[in-house]
Design a protein around this ligand. Sequence first.
Ligand SMILES: [Zn+2]
Length: 231
Amino acid sequence: MPEPARRALAISAHPDDTEFGCAGTAALWTRQGWEFYYLVLTNGNKGSDDPNMTPDKLTPIRQQEQRAAAEVLGVKDVFFLGHEDGELTYSRQLLGEVVRYIRQLKPYAVFTADPESIIVRDSFINHSDHRCAGLVAIDAVYPAARDRWNFHEQIEEGLEPHKVSELYIWSFDKANFSVDISDVIELKLEALSKHQSQFGDNPEFLDYIRQRWRDEQGRHLEPFRRIVMAR
Ligand SMILES: [Zn+2]
């Protein structure tokens, strides 16, 4: 493994969340020598309106789509916790599962969802799984993964505590930092289009995405609330 300074872990609720949140950054940093990993907490198996689709059928499809999207971006590996879509609940057990991945992978940077917003711009609701995943990820970064006596059984198994240095939240309204992904916007779109069960063959959707991440100067930016952790 390269130095922790060039390793990142994106923690999301569903397959495809990370493509919206930070796929451009993942593609860009991977080109610069970073190792990017994904940890997806649910199986995403309620994400279909198709009456012929069942949750049992959808779980492996969405995993395969997530792996295909990750491959487009150069993401090193994807891990699935397989919790039930729509039912993600904050628990000590879930926190421990996420802490274990942070201690195993030792990322310098963690990316995750915004747990603070419930109603966004008076126009939509931030999915409860997204809020839960973001909150668990943040609590895992600090203090749980860092503290030797938190989930001490993992330390006894041979894992070490780990301090994450930077946290990036794909925030709706508190961004303080952005990554210029203009060079890799097509890769972000290609990765999103791998989620066929969600977006199908929908050129209008991809156009919408292309516009959504574009600023007035025509650059494509991924905005984050970036927290550089004090030592
Ligand atoms: Zn989602």
